[in-house]
Ligand binder design. Structure first.
Ligand SMILES: Nc1ncnc2c1ncn2[C@@H]1O[C@H](COP(=O)(O)OP(=O)(O)OP(=O)(O)O)[C@@H](O)[C@H]1O
Length: 225
């Protein structure tokens, strides 16, 4: 059995006098879809940012693929985020000037792929996310659900090992949100990516393999209902 792909151990992080994480522990298995729930302000986004190498914890350890992620210099963490991780946030992550297809090609072009192969991969993923026909639109010409599916395509196109999603359906109505989520989880599973999914919606969490709750900066397993 292989160990976790990503692990936080006793991670603490404060913003000035405000403690956001107080000894958080979490392990994510390869291919696992993990839902992270918990009250507003409990530390969910801070935990995600520490796991993804966006923030450096004040203390504790973050391990990715057998290496101390928190000890890497910013340049190496930034490379890791580009090459191994995918991100879906609630709003505003697409480049407004670029058509949908180019938005999705972007991570591949940044990674040095040819335009031709980037275009093929992006088009295939757009098709999988039920976005065929919208390749030439600008983000401003999309519905909220379409936009988020484009964001999912962009997060997955470079075949990341871990996808971090922070309230990816928070701005959508529940039906649209569920479909986006279903497509996110299905596509991630198909590509063998692990997913860390922050959500307030208990129904959303039912797409996950496991749920944890963040309370007062610590991670606890979900209490049975
Ligand atoms: N950049 C920051 N500067 C100052 N305080 C911050 C910052 N980011 C988070 N905090 C504080 O840290 C605590 C945890 O915030 P965090 O965003 O991680 O919570 P959350 O569980 O994701 O909340 P929500 O569900 O409302 O998004 C909160 O008290 C918040 O106000």
């Amino acid at each position: 059995m292989t160990g976790p792909v990503l692990r936080a151990e006793n991670v603490s992080k404060s913003f000035g006098p405000t403690p956001a994480l107080r000894g958080a522990d979490l392990a994510l298995a390869a291919g696992e879809v993990l839902a992270v729930m918990g009250p507003s302000g409990s530390g969910k986004s801070t935990l995600l940012h520490c796991l993804a190498g966006i923030l450096r914890p004040d203390s504790g350890e973050v391990w990715y693929d057998g290496h101390r992620l928190d000890q890497l210099p910013e340049s190496a963490r930034s490379r890791l985020r580009r090459d191994e991780f995918g991100f879906v946030f609630q709003f505003g992550q697409l480049v407004p000037e670029l058509p949908v297809l180019d938005n999705v090609m972007l991570p591949l072009l940044l990674a040095g792929q040819s335009r031709r192969s980037a275009r093929e991969s992006a088009a295939a993923l757009l098709d999988q996310l039920e976005l065929s026909g919208l390749e030439g639109r600008r983000p401003g010409e999309l519905s909220g659900g379409q936009s988020q599916r484009v964001a999912v395509a962009r997060a997955l196109v470079a075949r990341p090992r871990v996808v971090f999603a922070d309230e990816p359906t928070g701005s959508l109505d529940s039906l649209t949100g569920e479909r986006v989520l279903e497509l996110l989880v299905d596509s991630a599973r198909e590509h063998g990516a692990s997913v860390v999914l922050i959500t307030h919606d208990a129904r959303v969490a039912s797409y996950a393999d496991r749920e944890v709750v963040v309370r007062d900066g610590r991670v606890t397993a979900l209490e049975p209902a």
